[in-house]
Design a protein around this ligand. Structure first.
Ligand SMILES: [Zn+2]
Length: 389
């Protein structure tokens, strides 16, 4: 569509050409939405013989193309930002020495005479250990690249979008490893850090791709453990008999262990979706107070999850609670919302329906009653059976 649009611009008399602002908007929106159209657009524009005000576009360079690429990546915002930074100037010793007279340009780690950006994140012996632990094609990081932009440009052409995102995550990790070493908190086990950086972006990507749709067959039906470093928060809210409501949640780690679980019951149920929203808010607040900062939130109420994922909050009771929940990402390092069918939310469901009712609320830390521990371990066995046996 963009190629056609550009061809149209080219063939139009200059007086009829769209404004610079319109093209700018088109480029921006296409970059934000999808990689192929953004790349097509940015590749095409430099080749269009544009005149006058369009001449801005003729000068796209490798760095700007890479920036467009980062913006389109389904990658952690932190890593995207790092991508923009390294396309400009990474504050390596060499870069700082260019600005500050007498600043040493040598590598503080291995003593190499010039710590360029490529040395800092690709070839310094400290970071090569990180690279060696990743199963990435070695030519992507061992070639004598003149600049980091050259290295990234090669990776962008050799890898698909996900792998390029992983590649960027490893560079980001190498920069952190380098800084931590210089500032006196060196990492151990360097060989596992690259893989861990790639694992770090996977849940984010999964959450972005898991768009809410009205085809329930697409959704998971069983519980799966989160990646190491994340906690999975399953919640459930129900209207019970006699106008009572019940909330339940369970917070579990990558081994499937229950680290926190909670229940609360009350009278005068406000209806199923509102009780789901209230239980979700209560679960997040409690998990946050417990110290959880990387949360994968799962619930079996599709309308609520749709609101949380799309941020389309209405002025009603559910919207009121959803707004509060959506304010939490500012406090957390990571949060994603997704729908799971009842089979994958069994523990939280059981807790919400558990008796005796806990009108004052009840929390269990690590040690949970048998009727909660038992379906939790069933989840793990089902996961192992389904994936490894
Ligand atoms: Zn070095």
């Amino acid at each position: 569509m963009i190629t056609g649009f550009l061809a149209h611009i080219r063939s139009s008399p200059s007086s009829l050409r769209p404004t610079y602002g319109l093209i700018s908007k088109l480029v921006t929106s296409s970059i934000e939405t999808r990689l192929p159209s953004a790349m097509t657009c940015l590749y095409c524009i430099p080749h269009v013989q544009l005149q006058g005000s369009y001449s801005h576009w003729v000068s796209f360079d490798k760095g700007q193309l890479l920036m467009a690429c980062y913006m389109a990546l389904q990658n952690f915002p932190l890593i995207k930002l790092f991508g923009w930074r390294i396309t400009g100037v990474l504050p390596s010793a060499m870069a700082i020495a260019r600005c500050i007279p007498h600043f040493s340009m040598s590598c503080n780690i291995c003593g190499h005479m010039e710590e360029t950006d490529t040395h800092a994140v690709l070839s310094c012996p400290l970071v090569t250990e990180v690279w060696q632990g990743c199963d990435l094609d070695t030519s992507l990081w061992t070639e004598p690249f003149r600049t980091l932009a050259d290295c990234l440009d090669k990776a962008r052409h050799s890898l698909d979008e996900n792998d390029f995102g992983n590649f960027l995550a490893v560079i980001w990790k190498c920069w952190i490893v380098r800084n931590r070493f210089i500032f006196g908190t060196p990492d151990q086990n360097l060989s596992i850090l690259g893989k861990r950086a790639m694992d770090f972006v996977a849940p984010y990507r999964e959450a972005q791709q898991d768009e809410v749709s009205l085809q329930p067959t697409r959704y998971p039906t069983s519980w799966t453990p989160p990646m190491a470093g994340y906690l999975k928060l399953n919640f459930d809210g129900s209207s019970l008999n006699n106008g009572l409501w019940g909330w339940g949640f369970v917070l579990r780690n990558h081994d499937g262990d229950v680290v926190l679980a909670g229940a609360k019951h009350g009278t005068h149920s406000a209806g199923p979706t509102i009780e789901e929203a209230r239980s979700c808010l209560c679960a997040i607040k409690t998990a946050f107070a417990f110290g959880a900062r990387n949360l994968i939130v799962k619930g079996d109420c599709l309308p609520l999850i749709a609101i949380l994922k799309s941020h389309q909050v209405h002025d009603d009771a559910v919207g009121l609670f959803a707004r509060d929940m959506l304010s939490f990402p500012a406090l957390l390092d990571f949060v994603s919302w997704s729908f799971v069918k009842r089979g994958g939310n069994r523990v939280a469901h059981n807790i919400a329906h558990r008796q005796p009712f806990y009108l004052e609320g009840k929390l269990w830390e690590s040690v949970v009653p048998k009727d909660i521990a038992s379906p939790a371990s069933d989840d793990i066995y089902a996961y192992i059976e389904g994936n490894f046996l």
